[in-house]
Design a protein around this ligand. Structure first.
Ligand SMILES: [Zn+2]
Length: 253
């Protein structure tokens, strides 16, 4: 099973269910797979079971919306691959099933074929992508974005660096570059989107960059996501097959 193959599988499911644009609703997919969701307080995240000839997906009722959608989509992947006809002769499916199910979930909620069109159409703006893909987390969308346009992604949670990574092959300097700090501080103070331009040197190259900062605040939890984009060579990559060897772990929604 390859990631491009999973892309095709999930897209076909969406087509069969008559879903043509984001956000991807779970109800028609659940109906198609004769599955229902039951909220539960007694499981860590989600669990799949059979009951009276139908599938039941139990989901922890405390999960936030994006995580809930991701877990339901993950369990739908298990249902899909529970049918031997869907193994497509892949002997490696068993050992990698959890990984494939998470990839399936990611691509079901945010199909690559849609995302590579939508991302440039909204100028790679994370807030506008979130408006489209409302049941996918900002973090997951930022990760996906880094695969369609050159970006350094930096995430701060409550003032602490949570993760910093870049598009394949781009590399990045240490976090806290002046232009990035400036944007981050303003987002923190005003609680609103901010952007700025400047230059940052890394891997021996001085690059003009645009830094965009997004507040993702929820109660006392304050996440700030910075997208640092080099202004040269920012053309959208056209459906590269990099996802074949995309580094794991894939976004945990
Ligand atoms: Zn699983």
């Amino acid at each position: 099973m390859s990631f491009p193959k999973i892309r095709d599988i999930t897209l076909r499911i969406l087509e069969v269910c008559g879903i043509q644009s984001p956000p991807v609703p779970m109800a028609p997919i659940l109906e198609r797979f004769v599955a229902r969701v039951v909220d539960s307080g007694h499981i860590s995240e989600s669990a799949l079971m059979r009951s009276e000839g139908a599938w039941v997906i139990r989901v922890n009722r405390e999960l936030r919306e994006e995580r809930r959608a991701f877990r339901i989509a993950h369990e739908i992947a298990h249902i899909y691959w529970a049918h031997p006809d869907n193994h497509q002769g892949d002997p490696g499916l068993g050992g990698n099933l959890e990984r494939y199910c998470s990839k399936f979930a990611s691509l079901l909620l945010c199909p690559h074929q849609w995302f590579k069109m939508d991302a440039p159409a909204v100028e790679h703006d994370l807030a506008r992508l979130k408006n489209l893909y409302s049941n996918v987390s900002h973090e997951a969308l930022a990760i996906r974005l880094s695969y369609v346009t050159p970006l350094v992604v930096t995430i701060y949670d409550n003032g602490q660096l949570y993760r910093r990574f870049s598009s394949p092959g781009l590399g990045h300097p240490p976090d806290g570059q002046p232009v990035e700090n400036d944007v981050r501080e303003k987002v923190d103070i005003y609680g609103k989107y901010r952007e700025s331009s400047g230059s940052i040197k890394w891997s021996g190259i001085k690059r003009d960059v645009q830094v965009r900062g997004y507040p993702v605040f929820s109660g006392k939890f304050r996440r700030i996501i910075l997208l640092t984009a080099p202004s040269s060579g920012t053309g959208t990559q056209d459906d590269p097959d990099y996802e074949d060897d995309m580094p794991y772990p894939f976004p945990d929604y």
